[in-house]
Design a protein. Structure first.
Lengths: 224, 224
DNA sequence: ACCTGAACACCGTTCAAGT
DNA sequence: ACCTGAACACCGTTCAAGT
């Protein structure tokens, strides 16, 4: 056929097909040839739209970042910084959990992914407006990302073998067999996320009270 | 040559060579053929010692977990749970930071990696002995792992392009150009880790005070 | 500009054959 | 038991050729 009058491909179509493939069969199922076949074209066609395979995967990862709700950081949103951070973390984690196979790509720093940077930017802006010093605001955005991506990636619920005999209790004196069951593992992930999120927010609240009252942008929430 | 009287390979030698290769040239440089060449054997030889390439990488990851200091959870260590958790997190992160290229493998849950499970087991045991209820102790081990692996993996210091013009300020109104410079990024990682760790420990301390004083592991955990 | 087939330099893994 | 070369079924990417 060679070149058709209407392009067969577009970046969006490629990203969409790649996302579907990643979600249904995992990262390793994505080869340029397989992906091209899924799109009804030959492998090298993709190189008219992306420089290489990594850029395609980056774009897939970024499309997940784009689904993270950032409205809690809007100027006219009523919530205080703590509630905003909480809601953000929950939305962030939900977005990643919906596409677990791409998380390893997404977790590797915001790098050159626009939506990933937008997430960092929004959180930073929200914290500064709430009265956090810029340096601290940067740290908060980063540490929340560490925690959320870490929890989405390093889930207890994944990577275990569902064969209790694979884990000798003598090797792990404290870790009961119960911890290694599938049901239990998912509860561990949820509990650990909630516990960790609460601890982070409580701990940040202490730091907020003690912060050097340098930059306040609005009336000032002060301590209650 | 075929089979020599003394085996040319061993699991340890393979893991060592793979680690060196991962550290020096990154994950993608590790192919079974390249690794075998580095060891002076042919590719398929590796399959006498490992079932597949993934098992080799798991072993490399586990050798990093094995370097995490766990002595702070020893029965006769004087530190309280908070100090133990702090020192553990710092040692944990240092171990990962020393081998950044294998972190994506390591971060994917403790799975079937013995040393990874031993890390989880030790932390759990230490928290229970300090008076945390078992459920909370499990959560703490998991959430700390999320945070530490997330910070080692998702570092701001990696994945950025060192070309300021690549990031249009109009796209990220709050994120100044300064954030995107290499020096700055490393400081962000350190600051974010310290700030996050402190927040987690402070927050957990609040939860510790309010915990249901149900289980203290010795003399007898039974409440009834 | 955008797609193609052919080609290059690789992969992971299996397997029969050697000792 | 442990290594080999050959082979299979793949890879990512380049490139000249087609429209």
């Amino acid at each position: 056929m060679a070149r058709p009058r209407k392009p067969l491909l577009s970046r969006d179509r490629i990203v969409e097909a790649a996302s579907t493939l990643v979600d249904s069969e995992g990262l390793e199922a994505v080869s340029t040839r397989r992906l091209a076949a899924e799109l009804g074209v030959s492998g090298p066609s993709l190189y008219n739209h992306f420089r290489n395979k990594d850029e395609i995967l980056d774009a897939v990862a970024d499309s997940v970042s784009a689904q993270v709700d950032l409205s809690m950081f809007d100027e006219d949103d009523g919530r205080d910084w703590r509630a905003a951070l909480h809601d953000w973390a929950v939305s962030y984690r939900a977005a990643l959990a919906a596409h677990p196979h791409i998380v390893p790509v997404l977790a590797q720093g915001p790098g050159r992914r626009p939506a990933g940077l937008r997430v960092a930017d929004a959180a930073f802006g929200g914290m500064v407006r709430a009265g956090w010093p810029p340096t601290q605001a940067t740290y908060i955005g980063a540490l929340m990302r560490y925690f959320v991506t870490g929890s989405a990636l390093g889930s207890f619920a994944r990577g275990f073998v569902d064969d209790e005999t694979a884990y000798d209790p003598a090797d792990y004196p404290h870790l009961g067999q119960a911890h290694l069951l599938a049901d239990r593992r998912q509860k561990v992930d949820e509990g650990a996320f909630e516990t960790g999120l609460r601890a982070i927010l409580d701990g940040l609240a202490l730091q907020y009270e003690q912060r050097t009252p340098a930059a306040t942008v609005r009336p000032s929430p002060k301590r209650s």
